[in-house]
Ligand binder design. Structure first.
Ligand SMILES: O=C(O)CCC(=O)C(=O)O
Ligand SMILES: [Fe+2]
Length: 259
């Protein structure tokens, strides 16, 4: 259940990182944006989460470290991380390298995911073959982990992709999802502000709604509202935060799921 509203101290520093992209790759999205409200849908039970968590470890050799010193890594390519820092070719290289292993270990999870997306959003869903399939974010406790202070942002990773291989993809119909498969005892969640991308951020901005995650639940939102991983949840020694993540874009009536 969404909970309390909080004053966004850091709102003035909102810096949606994905805005810095070459003009040539921008794609007009003049159509009215589909605003998917933040909602949670049961997806995995505790045993399923443990199974997924074990498979993430089994694929350790495919992990990409995301910080030189702190225990932050991903399994699978992520457009929003790989393209701005390493370029689109590296994104495809990483996606190709992990694709077969991800499907081998996680086809059961992809099947659950596509069925849940279909039920939640009323159109069939598929795991993309054009981009990286959904993957995982892994954070482990570290005494300096708070240095990774999460940014306020909008999900604009679709703007990095040229969609040549998916000319009918409609980025005005999109969403982002997170499924926590391991969480600190204090929980994890997302702050979402009632401010959409392109709207000016007011000097006295409205408060955010905190959406707590539940282990194994599929949490979806449009990514078009200003949001931030809740960084005020404490994490203790030995704990970790592992999430299954990705985005959906409607392409010829099918939600293509990618990361
Ligand atoms: O909670 C997470 O790890 C992801 C949050 C986020 O930025 C998103 O879902 O778009
Ligand atoms: Fe996001």
């Amino acid at each position: 259940m969404p909970a309390r509203v909080r004053t966004p101290r850091k709102l003035a520093r909102a810096s949606p990182g994905s805005d810095a992209r070459p003009r040539s790759t921008r794609r007009a999205t003049s159509a009215k944006i589909l605003l998917v409200p933040p909602t949670a849908h049961p997806l995995l039970d505790a045993d399923d989460c443990a199974r997924a968590r074990a498979a993430v470890d089994a694929l350790r050799r495919y992990w990409t470290p995301r910080h030189p010193e702190l225990p932050s890594a991903t399994l699978g390519a992520a457009a929003y991380l790989d393209i701005p820092t390493d370029g689109v070719r590296q994104y495809y290289t990483r996606a190709t390298r992990a694709r077969r292993a991800l499907h081998r270990e996680f086809d059961w999870l992809y099947e659950r995911l596509t069925a849940a997306v279909e039920a939640a959003l009323g159109a069939p869903a598929a795991i993309t073959t054009a981009y990286a399939p959904p993957g995982f974010h892994i954070f482990r406790w570290h005494e300096r982990l708070s240095e990774l202070s999460p940014k306020l942002h909008y999900d604009l990773q679709h703007e990095h992709l040229d969609w040549k291989t998916s000319p009918n993809a409609d980025p005005s119909r999109r969403f982002s999802f997170t499924v926590p498969i391991a969480m600190p005892a204090a929980g994890a969640g997302l702050y979402v502000w009632p401010i959409t991308h392109g709207e000016p951020v007011p000097a006295d901005p409205p408060g955010a709604t905190y959406h707590p995650y539940a282990l194994g639940d599929l949490f979806i939102h449009d990514g078009f509202h200003l949001h931030q991983i809740a960084a005020d949840r404490p994490m203790f020694e030995g704990e970790e935060r592992v999430t299954f993540q990705g985005h959906g874009v409607l392409d010829d009536g099918v939600w293509q799921l990618y990361w």
